[in-house]
Design a protein around this ligand. Sequence first.
Ligand code: UD1
Length: 344
Amino acid sequence: MKILVTGGAGFIGSHTVIELLGAGYEPVILDNFSNSNRSVLAGLRQILGHDVPFYEADCNDPEALNAIFEKENFGGAIHFAAHKAVGESVAKPLMYYRNNLDSTLLLLETMQQHGVPNLVFSSSCTVYGQPEHLPVTEDTPRLPAQSPYGNTKAICEDIIRDAVYAKAPIKSIALRYFNPIGAHPSGLIGELPLGVPGNLVPFITQTAAGLREKLTVFGNDYNTPDGTCVRDFIHVVDLAKAHVQALRLLDSREETSYYDIFNVGTGHGNTVLEVIKTFEEVNQLKLNYSIGPRRPGDVEKIYAQVDKVNNVMGWRAEKTLAESLQDAWRWEQNLQKQKTSVSE
Ligand code: UD1
């Protein structure tokens, strides 16, 4: 069954393409490289031994999207393509709303026009804000988003839910990701942040590689075991596998309209300092870091309750924090080697 993967050259999308192929699906990538790199396609080719069908197009372009749906006979879609930088979304809210909402609406409309029912949507634990009780379940109330980016995730969830409640012929699952980290164990694909990384693990690996002088830990006066923030860090390959399980679940549902939400995390939290120490231990190196002020907008602690995804989808995280950090470091080292060999 052919599956459209919007944003399939991105971090989570590219890892999902591999898992889809392993599970017998036929992924078709759509990407405009606005926040990804063509080199990802070469990495996929090296891992898989063949090319993956690919369209360079913007999923906000109705004609392009329609032409792709006319040509391919999709059984479903996974919608990763979106702007995702929290800080940038605060500076450019209209760009974020226009891009992330339009692409979701257009994809839903095009799927309906072509009779494609199954949609997996990339959502985020950001919709929970700082919850009162931990771990968060799917029933934990969403809080007003801290950023336009977070709000686009909440609004897109609502758009899909409302369409399903109105009996549109759509079956959809929103996956609320916790903090995806790591890279493919081959070291051939991984996270490719543009500019200075905002996220913790790419900043750690770039510091270890000497690209950044020092990592700043944003605050150590939180109410957590060592004072630094707690997150639920999930290996990107585990997260990718959750998309395969979501598609299988959608296939198995007999009703024509269906919507559900699943947390995708490990179920336990680690502090920022634990991540740093684990990174140092497993990779046998010392990281230059210091404690700085809190970052505005950060929540103190959040981690997932994963009973629902375990029981209903039969999915659970398998990889450890240590494996994630080894894989992230292997990827960063390969990336630097590639850059050196290109510049030589
Ligand atoms: C952020 C987004 C979230 C998004 C996710 C994508 C916010 C508020 N949330 O999550 O919506 O889905 O990225 O991956 O931005 N840290 C440092 N030093 C650094 C970088 C990070 O100490 O240089 C700390 C942060 O303060 C935080 C933790 O590391 O406590 C994780 O940060 P990050 O990787 O940016 O993810 P989130 O902020 O949790």
